[in-house]
Design a protein around this ligand. Sequence first.
Ligand SMILES: Nc1ncnc2c1ncn2[C@@H]1O[C@H](COP(=O)(O)OP(=O)(O)O)[C@@H](O)[C@H]1O
Ligand SMILES: [Mg+2]
Length: 376
Amino acid sequence: MKENILIVDDEKDILTTLNLLLEMEGYSVTCALNGEEAMVRFREKTFDLILTDIRMPVMDGLELLRKVKEADKETEVIVLTGHGTLENAIGALKDGGAFDFLQKPLNDIDHLLISVSHALERRRLRQQVLHSQKTEAIATVAAGIAHEFNNTLSGVMGYVDLLELHLAGNAKPKEYTKKIKPICLRMSDLSRQLLTYAKGGQYYPFPLSFRSLLEKELPKIQSAVPPDIEIEKYCLYDTDTVKADPLQIQIVLKELIRNAAEAMEGKKGRIRVVLEECVSGNISSVLAKPAGRKYLCLTVADDGKGMDEKTKSRIFDPFFSTKFAGRGMGMATVYGIIQKHDGDILVESEPGRGTKIKIYLPLFTEQCFVMAKIQD
Ligand SMILES: Nc1ncnc2c1ncn2[C@@H]1O[C@H](COP(=O)(O)OP(=O)(O)O)[C@@H](O)[C@H]1O
Ligand SMILES: [Mg+2]
C-alpha cells in the first residue's frame, strides 16, 4: 500500500517539484500552502510523513510540527530550512520531535529520498512495536477472562446436569434446563475462541499439503456462501507443504472467506483464493520475519466494500465488528492461529476497492523433514 506524505510549503514551485518526485517514487502525495491548510488535511486523513517548510504565512512549520506531534506523535516530520532558519530547524529536531531537517535549495535528491525512506521505516517499526504491545495486552486480558469464564461455566453446566437428574417426570422445569444448555455451550464456544486468539488454541500440527486441503475444503465453503458469489482458486506454486493443524487452517479459511463474502453486501462478486511461494525480506518490510525464509502465501481477495484505516487497524481486536450482528471474533481467531503457526498476516484494503488478506505460513522444506526426523 502507498504511504501518505503531506508536503507543506508556500513556494508553489517547490511543492510541484517535490510532489512529482515523491509520486514517481511511489508515494501518495498531498500538498498544502501553509501550516493551517496542512492541519485541515491532517485532520481529514492519516499521513505517515510530513515534509514542511519553516517560514510560511498564517501558520509556520514549527507551530505545525507542535500541533501534529500533539495530535499524533507517531507521524514523522522532516523540516525544510532556508538560510535564516537553520537554528530553528535544529531546535525542531532536538526538542520538537522532528525526524530530520533538510536545507533548501534541495539539490541533493538522493539525500532527500534517503531521509524520507528512513523516516517512513522508523514509523513502520514503531507501529509494529505498538501493535505487538497492544495485542499482547489484549491477549493477556482475553486469556484471563476466558479461563475464569470456562471454570464458572463448568460449574453452571454441572449443576444443570444435577438438576435434570432430580427433575425426572417434571416436564416444565426440564424444558427450561434444556434451554440453558445450548446457551452455556455458546458461551463456552466464545471462551474457546478467546483462548484461540490469546494462545492459538489446541494445536496438532503435521506436514500438510495446502493444495489438497483447499481442494477438500473450498467446495464445502462454497456451499455456505450466497450462490451469487464465486470462489476461484489459483495455485501458483508446486511446493505447498506447511507444518500446520488442518482443523485450525480450516477455521482460518472459513473465517476469511465468510468475511470476504459478507463484504460484498449482497452483491454478485468473486473471491479469489491464491497460493504462492514467497521469501521473507523480498515480500514487504511489514512482514516481521527474518529475511530469506520460504513462506507459503495464501491470499483471499474480494471485490467487496473494503476498509478504511481505522477499521483496518482494529480488525484483529476481539469483539471488534462493524456489522449489525457481527461477533467480532473471526479475525481475532485467525490472528491467534497464524501466530501459533509462526506465520504472519498482511491486510491490504481501501474503501470501495476490496480487500486482500495475505496469510504467510513457513514452508515445510526437505531440511525441515530432516530436522523433524532428528528430533523424533
Ligand atoms: N474482507 C473484508 N472486507 C471488509 N471488511 C472486513 C473484511 N474482513 C474483516 N473486515 C472487517 O473486520 C471486522 C472484524 O471481522 P471479524 O473479526 O471476522 O468479525 P465479524 O465478521 O463478526 O464482524 C468486520 O466487522 C469488518 O469490519
Ligand atoms: Mg467475520
